[in-house]
Write a protein that binds this ligand. Structure first.
Ligand SMILES: Cc1cc2nc3c(=O)[nH]c(=O)nc-3n(C[C@H](O)[C@H](O)[C@H](O)COP(=O)(O)O)c2cc1C
Length: 216
């Protein structure tokens, strides 16, 4: 373990792959997001659609986990989950949230903050309809974030649901669906040499995106 600690302490990467100049930063952060996302796809960043989602409980306690961003348009992002899960309960009590992407292949981080509301039922239905059948069954079978007695309990639930919907389409459960996230803050971080990174933030102020350069 001492060797592991020494190893981790010694890890020190210098970032040299790119720059983010004021001139290159787009006027609209969503365009900047799409540009960086397309470059991450091109660079074959694994699980590029996976993002850290941070939520905050009513008591002010933060929690975070990875989710997939499934749709995005015009500064709005959609994620899908179980409405009884910890994250969903927190978002329903306190809609303030944040996303963090980290794409090491490009030495980039993107932070997004915003406000979440439940997605339209029609949109959730449409997304659910196009999920693989096994995922649809899983949505019914898993009381996400609830405590299980054992793995067997989960697998038995899956079997029960499989039988229930045999030969039929699997409908979307009411307790499962999307959240629509309206972004009001972005920060684009490009790693640079000697920790002198580029950071450009966009804050929505009176319906206008205000751009600032932040110290690294
Ligand atoms: C790569 C990856 C993608 C995931 N995508 C989702 C997702 O889109 N929706 C979701 O509810 N959970 C997703 N999860 C699981 C969550 O990280 C988490 O375990 C689960 O949602 C329960 O979180 P909660 O108890 O904080 O609500 C994903 C996990 C990983 C590692």
């Amino acid at each position: 373990m001492g060797a592991l600690r020494d190893e981790i302490k010694k890890l020190r990467e210098d970032f040299i792959k790119g720059t983010l100049t004021d001139a290159a930063a787009k006027a609209n952060p969503f365009e900047q997001f799409e540009l960086w996302l397309s470059q991450a796809v091109e660079a074959k960043v694994p699980e590029v659609q996976a993002v850290h989602l941070a939520t905050v409980s009513n008591e002010g306690k933060p929690s975070s986990r990875i989710v997939y961003i499934r749709e995005f348009e015009n500064n709005i992002f959609w994620i899908y989950t179980n409405y009884n899960s910890r994250k969903a309960k927190e978002l329903l009590q306190n809609p303030q949230m944040s996303f963090t992407f980290f794409w090491p292949e490009l030495e980039r981080q993107i932070r997004i903050e915003g406000v979440a509301t439940k997605a339209d039922k029609a949109q959730s239905d449409n997304y659910f309809k196009n999920r693989p059948r096994e995922s649809q069954i899983g949505a019914w079978a898993s009381n996400q974030s609830g405590v299980l007695k054992s793995r067997d309990e989960l697998e038995a639930n899956v079997e029960t649901i499989r039988k229930k919907f045999e030969g039929k389409d699997v409908p979307r459960p009411d307790f499962w669906g999307g959240f629509e996230i309206k972004a009001d803050y972005y920060e684009f971080w490009q790693g640079r040499k000697s920790r002198l990174h580029d950071r450009i933030s966009y804050t929505l102020e009176k319906d206008k995106w205000v751009i600032r350069r932040l110290a690294p």
